[in-house]
Design a protein around this ligand. Structure first.
Ligand SMILES: [Zn+2]
Length: 232
């Protein structure tokens, strides 16, 4: 996960407040028998689940965008020679429109070559590979943190505490990898909105519970572009 373990990482740490609130509700349902330490640890687990989901969402979107871009590069690399060669074979080299088609095809071919070169420089394939892995790992961490949080609020369980520590170590390692992959501010806001929507929590800035992934003007949970996020 990418969010909220240090103040300089943005506004996202403040979201631990709603987690505390939801934990208080769980505590009431179990008759207030939880020790304060267990409550804190369950709160930690919910907080990590929240942010792991947000990060997983970001990398899932990134993987989709990179898949589209890689498919486009491959398609353009094949379509130009295929069309020009097909026309030449069908109509012969004397086909009157062939010179124009060759000029247009050459221009597209050069553009494709430039984009293909950029995809190598920008390591799109490696970025796609990381994005897929990160999405899968962060979604798994979300489920497991939520399970541990439930276990901690139901049982006074040493096993749950041990499991939480193991999960935290895995989460820290994943966070390091994700931080190196780089995430833009609009992507963070989109991930935040996804996590708020999923958990039905209020945004600390606009104080609204999102009802959809439609962008808003909120600088914490809404200021991103839907169309751009499909290609970023
Ligand atoms: Zn907001």
């Amino acid at each position: 996960m990418l969010f909220g373990t240090s103040p300089e990482e943005g506004n996202f740490r403040v979201l631990s407040q709603p987690a505390t609130h939801s934990l208080a509700r769980a505590d009431e349902s179990t008759g207030g028998s939880l020790s304060s330490n267990l409550k804190e640890r369950a709160d930690d687990a919910r907080d990590r689940a929240f942010h792991a989901w947000a990060t997983g969402y970001i990398f899932e979107k990134r993987a989709q965008a990179l898949r589209k871009k890689l498919q486009l590069v491959s398609f353009l690399g094949l379509v130009v020679p295929l069309v020009v060669g097909g026309l030449a074979l069908s109509y012969g080299v004397g086909f009157s429109a062939l010179p124009v088609i060759i000029i247009v095809g050459s221009a597209i071919g050069i553009a494709q070559a430039v984009v293909a070169l950029w995809s190598l420089v920008a390591t799109w394939v490696e970025a796609y590979d990381h994005a897929v892995r990160s999405a899968v790992n962060n979604k798994a961490l979300t489920r497991e943190f939520e399970g541990v949080a439930r276990a901690l609020t139901i049982h006074d369980s040493a096993a749950a505490e041990i499991e939480l520590r193991t999960l935290e170590a895995r989460d820290d390692a994943q966070r390091d990898l994700d931080t190196r992959a780089g995430v833009t501010e609009p992507q963070k806001r989109e991930g935040m909105r996804s996590a708020l929507l999923r958990t039905q929590r209020k945004c600390v800035r606009c104080e609204k519970i999102p009802e959809s992934m439609q962008p808003t003007e909120c600088g914490v949970c809404g200021d991103y572009n839907n169309w751009l996020s499909g290609w970023r």
